[in-house]
Write a protein that binds this ligand. Structure first.
Ligand SMILES: [Zn+2]
Length: 390
């Protein structure tokens, strides 16, 4: 399966470009359908085109679902998403090879448009079916070429009658998303322990938010304006970016300014206005909010909140059950968003499994997991599905 996926959407850097509702996405969806049909699984698509493959009938009793996504960020890694889908299919194979007969249906899902790389909203597939993203708003989102999601769906030969899908959500008794780890917590733990764990259980998704910072200045000539006469919006912004770093350190969270808009945006003009976007996350909600509060007091800017998502805690009893099955494996929170978080917020009993990433690098061609660790992930997922569906 891994070899089949390797060439799809690969770019010169060795990374991947697999955006929603493109030719590459179509190839991946066809691949998934083929794998499911080869296993005799019943494939259904929900109202947002997410693909669900069932072993057993989830309309008789809700089932246990594993899976992830196949799309990528620009120049993304091979593992983020596909590892969860491939591992779920491999776990089905392992269960069948061992003669296992599920008491509950088992499902494998391929969520569409998880990264939001094309239309800017992450987890669009799961957000639409759970009602967290309004269908009209989704259809009106535009990509970098000005193509709306509605137009992209039409061009891909898809219906535009997207929307909440309660039937689909009600078929899920529990969801377990296996994912490559996107940090270095497990690899770092190995430095202290002789036998590091290849697999960890996800406990929660960190609280995270986005803030807009507006810095005002006065445009003037970059050559003739004396330093003491300047009102340079960029200078205030630069100070705030450095402050954010220090405050994040102080409050034990992370802060990133990765996007700026500059007026008039000329090399030889003093900036009259800078808009900066701050992404702030951390394990502790109060610490993240205190950090942003302190930054708001110090920065020479108008600060406004654009979004805030509190901690998403996965089902603690399901995590405990996984721990019983898997033994003494680490429990990890994560700073990255996932479809598992969207389903959890929609009331689905949800858990995650992380597979060790030796460098912690993700959303980059450098993203990696050792084959032995990937196999350990499949074994863990197989054991979990056997327990939950047995
Ligand atoms: Zn992912």
């Amino acid at each position: 399966m891994w070899a089949d996926l390797q060439p799809v959407g690969r770019v010169a850097s060795g990374g991947y470009r697999r955006f929603a509702w493109t030719r590459e996405d179509h190839t991946l969806r066809e691949w998934f359908a083929g794998e499911c049909s080869a296993r005799g699984l019943d494939l259904v698509e929900d109202r947002m085109g997410n693909q669900w493959a069932w072993w057993g009938d989830p309309d008789v009793a809700p089932g246990v679902v594993a899976g992830s996504h196949l799309d990528s960020v620009p120049d993304g890694g091979a593992y983020d998403g596909p590892l969860g889908v491939v591992s779920a299919l491999a776990a089905v194979d392992a269960l069948r090879d061992s003669g296992f007969r599920p008491e509950r249906p088992i499902g494998v899902v391929n969520f569409g448009d998880e990264e939001g790389a094309r239309f800017g909203v992450a987890c669009a597939g799961s957000r639409v079916i759970t009602g967290e993203l309004d269908a009209d708003r989704a259809l009106g989102l535009t990509d970098a070429d000005g193509v709306t999601m509605g137009e992209a769906l039409q061009r891909a030969g898809r219906p535009t009658t997207i929307g909440t899908d309660e039937d689909t959500v009600s078929r899920i008794a529990s969801f377990v998303e296996l994912h490559v780890e996107q940090g270095r917590a497990m690899a770092d733990a190995d430095r202290y322990a002789q036998d590091g764990a290849a697999v960890a259980i996800g406990t929660d998704i960190w609280p995270h938010g986005r803030w807009r910072l507006d810095f005002a200045g006065v445009a003037n000539h970059a050559g003739t304006t004396r330093l003491e006469d300047r009102h340079d919006a960029m200078l205030a912004c630069a100070v705030a970016v450095a402050e954010a770093r220090g405050l994040a350190d102080k409050h034990g969270c992370v802060a990133t300014v990765g996007k700026l808009q500059v007026e008039p945006n000329g090399v030889n003009a003093i900036p009259s206005h800078v808009t900066a976007w701050l992404d702030a996350r951390g394990a502790d909600e109060a610490a993240v909010l205190a950090m942003v509060e302190e930054l708001s007091e110090r920065a020479a800017a108008d600060v406004s909140r654009e979004s805030w998502t509190p901690t998403t805690a996965f089902d603690t009893s399901l995590a405990a059950r996984l721990q019983t099955v898997l033994g003494d494996v680490p429990m990890l929170g994560t700073g990255a968003g996932h479809d598992a978080g969207i389903l959890s917020n929609a009331g689905v009993s949800t858990a995650m499994l992380f597979v060790r990433n030796p460098t912690g690098v993700s959303h980059s061609p450098e993203e990696f997991a050792e084959q032995a660790d990937c196999h350990a992930g499949v074994r863990a997922l197989t054991a979990v599905l056997r327990d939950l569906a047995g």
